[in-house]
Design a binder for this molecule. Sequence first.
Ligand code: ZN
Length: 128
Amino acid sequence: MDTPPGSIPSPYEGLQVTAGELFPLTCPHCQRRFGDVKDYLSRTTPIFYSSGLMQQEQPGSGTFVLLVRNCLCGTSLALRCQDRRSRSEDAQRRRQQFNLLVGLLREAGVDAEAAQAEVRRLLQARTP
Ligand SMILES: [Zn+2]
């Protein structure tokens, strides 16, 4: 029943959502199942005014980005989007990631300006 890694729609590829591990994602509260990223985005709602994007540092595996949204039952669900680990801040990679994250937020219903501001804030926060 594993979803093969190549099956994620192209805008999300760079986020390396670990589909095989995450999907189907089941809400622990209402048992609603999300088959893939698109399914997740279309059937969850943003948290407050936030995009739901969060960044976390994990020893051993580096920085990763979480997309947190509310299930229709109100439970918060975190989708882990594995960051590529390159520590050298390659401008092209950053730009690519920026576009990917903005695209993800747009897909989630955030308007373009807010999405860009949110992602910019997130990526800047990462720079030491
Ligand atoms: Zn739920």
